[in-house]
Write a protein that binds this ligand. Structure first.
Ligand SMILES: C[S@@+](CC[C@H](N)C(=O)[O-])C[C@H]1O[C@@H](n2cnc3c(N)ncnc32)[C@H](O)[C@@H]1O
Length: 248
C-alpha cells in the first residue's frame, strides 16, 4: 500500500515538527530526556547485558547500543519484521513466564510504556527483579492515572476505547489492551518496593502532546492536557521510574 505508507510518513514528519514547540512552552524535561538520563546512569561500564521488556517496535536503548554487549527483547508478540538492533528476541509473558530467563541474566531492564498493559504488574516486577543481577536496575515509563485525561481514557469501556486508541496510535497493531492497575506514582513506587527494588526514584513528565502528535486535533488536546498539569508534578501524564536490585 504505497499511498498509505507515504501518507503515514507525512503524518509522522508533521508530528515530529510539532514537537519543537513543547520546550518553548515549558514542557520540559521530555519523557525521553528523563528515560535517557536514567539509562545513562544505570548502564555499567563495559559491555552490559540488557533486556527490553515489552519491546514492541521502538526502543530508547538503540542510542545506547555501543555500550550494550548483549541486547535481548521480550514481548508477547514477535516483532514483524524482526528488530535489527536486538541480538535475540524471546516471546514471553512478563506476568506469567517466570523462567523466561535464568536468574541474574541482565545488568539493566527497560520497560517502556508496557506496565499499563500488564495484567499482574506485581508478578512482572518480581520476575524482572529475579532476571536482574544484584545492583542491576529497572527503568520504567508508563502512563499516570492521576492525569484526568489518562484516567478518563483508561476508564472508558473497552468497546469505546478501542476505536479511539486506533485513531491516536500510529497503527492498529500498536493498540494493545490496557489495564492500568498500577498507574499512579504512589502505586508504582509501592509495587517496586514490594518486589524488592531499592533506591527507587519516581519522576513525572507531560507526554500527551508527544504521544498524540500525529493528528493536529489530538496534538492540541494533548498540549492543553500537558500545559494544565505541568505545575502539578503528581498529575503529569507520564511516570518515569527507576529501581535497583539490592547488592552488587
Ligand atoms: C505500547 S507498546 C510499547 C512498545 C515499546 N516498548 C515502546 O516503547 O514503543 C506495549 C508493548 O508491551 C507488550 N506487552 C503487553 N503485555 C505484555 C506482557 N504481559 N508481557 C510481555 N509484553 C507485553 C505489547 O505486546 C507491546 O509490544
Amino acid at each position: 500500500m504505497p499511498n498509505a505508507t507515504a501518507s503515514d510518513n507525512r503524518a509522522s514528519k508533521r508530528g515530529r515538527g510539532r514537537l519543537a514547540i513543547l520546550p518553548r512552552l515549558g514542557l520540559v524535561p521530555s519523557t525521553s530526556e528523563v528515560v535517557n538520563g536514567f539509562l545513562d546512569g544505570a548502564l555499567p561500564a563495559g559491555q552490559a547485558a540488557v533486556l527490553d521488556a515489552g519491546c514492541g517496535r521502538l526502543s530508547a536503548l538503540v542510542s545506547f547500543r555501543s555500550r550494550i554487549g548483549r541486547l535481548v527483547g521480550v514481548d508477547i508478540h514477535a516483532p514483524d519484521p524482526p528488530l535489527a538492533w536486538l541480538d535475540s528476541f524471546q516471546v514471553a509473558d512478563l506476568c506469567a513466564d517466570a523462567d523466561a530467563f535464568p536468574p541474574a541474566s541482565f545488568d539493566l531492564v527497560l520497560s517502556s510504556f508496557t506496565v499499563e498493559h500488564l495484567a499482574d504488574t506485581w508478578t512482572a516486577f518480581e520476575n524482572v527483579g529475579r532476571w536482574l543481577r544484584p545492583g542491576g536496575s529497572l527503568v520504567i515509563s508508563t502512563v499516570n492515572r492521576r492525569h484526568p485525561f489518562v484516567n478518563a481514557y483508561l476508564s472508558l469501556p473497552t468497546a469505546l476505547r478501542r476505536p479511539l486508541q486506533r485513531a491516536i496510535k500510529a497503527s492498529a497493531a500498536d493498540a494493545h489492551p490496557l489495564v492500568g492497575s498500577c498507574n499512579t506514582p504512589e502505586l508504582l513506587r509501592q509495587a517496586l518496593a514490594d518486589a524488592g527494588f531499592e533506591k527507587i526514584e519516581v519522576r513525572t513528565t507531560g507526554n500527551l502532546a508527544h504521544a498524540w502528535r500525529r493528528r493536529l486535533p489530538s496534538f492540541v488536546l494533548g498540549l492543553i492536557g500537558d500545559l494544565a498539569a505541568q505545575p502539578f508534578a503528581s498529575r503529569r501524564s507520564t511516570i518515569v521510574a527507576i529501581g535497583t536490585v539490592a547488592g552488587g
